[in-house]
Design a protein around this ligand. Structure first.
Ligand SMILES: *Cc1c(COP(=O)(O)O)cnc(C)c1O
Length: 436
């Protein structure tokens, strides 16, 4: 049975960032519970990925199961054009309450990438409505990741995002180097000068700056000075450019604050949320804006925000998001994230001793081991599974962002497995892996 399934999969189905026929293994999962994935052959893996930042409460959670079951009894979906429902209103209320006070308006989108598209379009429409239709370009920092659709792709890191491949179709945006000052330190002139320069020279054609606050996720898993955001906010104001924060990865506790913007106490004009929004059950994203942004768009030409996904504010997804947020806020999540942070720091520290490891860094419930060379997925992925953990490295990065409910013993197992696999992996690598 499983063999047939795998054979069909290998021949016909694309996985994220994959080639059909690559021969890279995929592992069939039959169920998931808490922090464990159960494979078809009966093995259980401790999940170090929270299914790409989403599953903050663990899998198969009774409260979330109940929320979706209850909502299913009322309605799975209705169109949002001309209709509304309590789950959407309840969710908007929660998001407005939890985010900085100026963010008062909510647009629901069906995925992170689409929320980024909506945010970019809002910024363009805002300036259009203010008679500045030439402000249609965006400024971003290198090593950013904002999604896979065209607009989102145009503001991703040009190298990681393979801009050369889509040369003719991608809008050309402005980029500055990624901030180099690490998290916890004040920002410096070297980081700010390129920003100031581009905004000075091109502010008249830039609609917004878009950035992931504090943590750059899929573009490099980097943590940078929160202070940078304070200066960025000032520069945007000075040059009449909107500020968009992409908290799709960082939102809902991952960095030790409910939202990463809290590290800097900076409020953007537009905020994108996604990923952990529904606790990892269904796809849903949200764009929050200030009253000013929504009013200006509403008063301009055509007087409407030009976006409206078919599955906008899907009631099942909204009901899950409400339950997930309530569950998070009722839980001692700050304590949990602090424990995970400590566990990751201690547990991953031995990796620093391995030749072939460039750096180990931890922030909140995110632990990163950066290697000197890109990992060979063909070797490392099966080794991690063999060790009983689900970890999905990319490029030079082996990283962990477990469900926020992970207990100490499971976390210890996870970090020990990663350290051991990396040691074996690097030892087998010519010229690497010996103890320094
Ligand atoms: C994952 C991610 C996105 C894209 O979200 P999708 O739901 O995959 O479309 C955008 N921005 C950031 C920061 C992300 O981590």
């Amino acid at each position: 049975m499983t063999d047939k399934l795998l054979a069909f999969d290998a021949e016909h189905i694309w996985h994220p960032y994959s080639a059909i026929g690559s021969g890279l293994p995929v592992f069939p999962v039959v169920s998931a519970q808490g922090v464990r994935l159960r494979l078809a052959d009966g093995r259980e893996l401790i999940d170090g990925m929270a299914s790409w930042w989403c599953v903050i409460h663990g899998y198969n959670h009774p409260r979330l199961n109940q929320a979706i079951t209850d909502q299913l009894g009322h309605m799975a979906h209705i169109m949002f054009g001309g209709l509304t429902h309590a789950p959407a209103v309840g969710l908007a209320e929660r998001l407005i309450r939890l985010t900085p006070e100026p963010l008062q308006k909510v647009f629901f989108a069906d995925s992170g990438s689409v929320s980024v598209e909506a945010a970019l379009k809002m910024a363009i429409q805002y300036w259009h409505s203010r008679g500045q239709g030439q402000k249609q370009r965006f400024l971003s920092v290198r090593n950013g990741y904002h999604g896979d659709t065209f607009g989102a792709m145009s503001v991703c890191d040009p190298i990681n995002g393979m801009h050369s491949l889509f040369n003719g179709v991608l809008p050309r945006q402005f980029f500055v180097p990624a901030p180099q000052r690490p998290f916890g330190q004040v920002c410096n002139e070297a980081d700010l000068a390129p920003l100031a320069e581009i905004l000075q020279r091109h502010g008249h054609e830039i609609a917004a700056v878009i950035i992931e606050p504090v943590v750059q996720g899929a573009g490099g898993m980097r943590f940078y000075s929160a202070d940078y955001l304070v200066h960025l906010r000032r520069l945007c104001d000075r040059h009449q450019v909107l500020l968009i924060f992409d908290e799709i990865a960082t939102g809902f506790g991952r960095t030790g604050r409910l939202f990463a913007l809290e590290h800097a106490a900076v409020c953007p004009d537009i905020l994108c949320l996604g990923k952990a929004l529904t606790g990892g059950y269904l796809t849903l994203a949200a764009v929050l804006t200030s009253t000013e942004v929504s009013q200006v768009i509403g008063q301009g030409e055509p007087g409407l925000f030009m976006h409206g996904p078919t599955f906008m504010a899907n009631p099942l997804a909204c009901a899950l998001a409400n339950a997930s947020i309530d569950l998070l806020l009722e839980s001692p999540w700050q304590q949990r994230v602090a424990c995970i942070e400590q566990g990751l720091q201690q547990g991953l520290a031995p990796c620093c001793q391995l030749a072939g490891v460039r750096e180990v860094r931890v922030l909140g419930a995110i632990g990163v081991v950066e290697l000197e060379q890109p990992v060979d997925m063909r070797r490392i992925q099966p080794a991690l599974v063999e060790a009983g953990v689900w970890v999905r490295p990319f490029g030079r990065l082996v990283y962990l962002m477990p469900p926020l409910i992970m207990q100490e013993t499971d976390l210890t197992f996870l970090t020990q497995a990663v350290c051991q696999v990396l040691e074996d992996y690097l030892n087998a690598e010519p010229g690497q892996g010996y103890r320094r």
